[in-house]
Design a protein around this ligand. Structure first.
Ligand code: NAD
Length: 289
């Protein structure tokens, strides 16, 4: 593999572009507007600079990585890609539309992976012209820092596809964990119900934002509190995953907390909108409840 396409230049897309470029791969990244793409490039540069400050990268390596990334709004850029990784908004309709637009631009033997957190790989694969060459490649946030990539085969995924994508994950220096194609796979099947329960704990007044996060950091030794983590993931993404668990497993224990729904309705999506369970407008995050 030499040329990787990335669809969606949000926090995950820019992280995936970043690690692929550092590993020596050419990257074509596409999002809906030039504005988003420009911001995303600036974010990649900022994150690469942080790696230089930590002694993990040299300036020359950063310049070489940046030169390998081209970004824009035209899917024609994917014409010579060996693999395209879809990392757009966690919404099945959006992803289906993207896949429909994508396939006519691809080489016949190109592979497609999706970074979805929860949507059926089998269903998304069936929306393409190549379900055998389609699978889940679920990176963790922030991509340059987190070690894990979860690999998920749809029922139609061919072994050669799995091996090629596993090879890429290894080339990126990641450790893989293989999950079967059930709603939210492994990491989010376990993590999101805990986050949702933390929001219920807030909703029912059992604790404040600060007491819930402090309790889980110091009482369960979690590096981040669950509400801080929810803001980091994005509350829209958290809600979409809870819906997928609730609908996909038909079990009321996965019902999304009404307070989480309300925050998303308000457009309070966490860090990416500067407000979620914390307000990020000032020097330090301030709890909102
Ligand atoms: N946030 C996390 O912690 C996390 C972790 C692992 C996986 N994921 C998954 O990664 C995906 C992206 O999440 P994110 O956190 O980067 O979201 P985000 O909101 O930061 O970015 C999503 C991007 O997709 C773009 N987009 C929407 N429609 C598009 C289209 N038609 N064509 C091209 N781009 C389009 C948006 O403009 C936006 O820039 C989701 O499937 C999510 O579930 C997220």
């Amino acid at each position: 593999m030499q040329r990787i396409g990335v669809i969606g230049a949000g926090q995950m897309g820019n992280g995936i572009a970043h690690v692929c470029a550092v590993a020596g791969l050419d990257v074509r990244m596409v999002d809906v507007s030039d504005d988003v793409v420009t911001r995303s490039r600036a974010q990649i540069e900022h994150n690469l600079n942080r790696q230089i400050a930590r002694g993990k990268l040299t300036d020359a390596e950063m310049q070489a990585a940046l030169a390998r990334i081209s970004a824009g709004t035209d899917y024609a850029a994917f014409g010579d890609c060996d693999l395209v990784i879809e990392a757009a908004t966690e919404n099945e309709e959006v992803k289906r539309e993207i896949l429909k637009h994508l396939v006519p631009h691809l080489n016949a033997d190109a592979l497609i992976a999706t970074n979805t957190s929860s949507i059926s790989i089998t269903r998304l694969g069936a929306a393409t012209d190549r379900p055998g060459r389609f699978m889940g490649m679920h990176f963790m946030n922030p991509v340059p820092v987190m070690q894990l990539v979860e690999l998920i085969r749809g029922i139609q995924t061919e072994q050669a596809t799995f091996e090629a994508v596993r090879g890429l994950a290894q080339r990126l220096g990641k450790t893989i964990s293989v999950a079967e194609d059930f709603p939210a796979f492994i990491v989010n099947r376990i993590l999101l119900p805990m986050i949702n329960e933390a929001v219920y704990t807030l909703y029912e007044g059992v604790g404040s934002v600060e007491s819930i996060d402090t309790a889980m950091k110091l009482g369960a030794n979690h590096p981040m509190g669950p509400l801080e983590l929810a803001d980091f993931i994005g509350l829209d993404t958290c809600l979409a995953i809870m819906h997928m668990l609730y609908d996909g497993l038909a079990d009321s224990k996965y019902r999304p907390c009404p307070l989480l729904v309300k925050y998303v309705e308000a457009g309070w999506l966490g860090r990416k909108t500067d407000r979620g369970f914390y307000d990020y407008g000032g020097e330090v995050p301030v709890p909102t409840r």
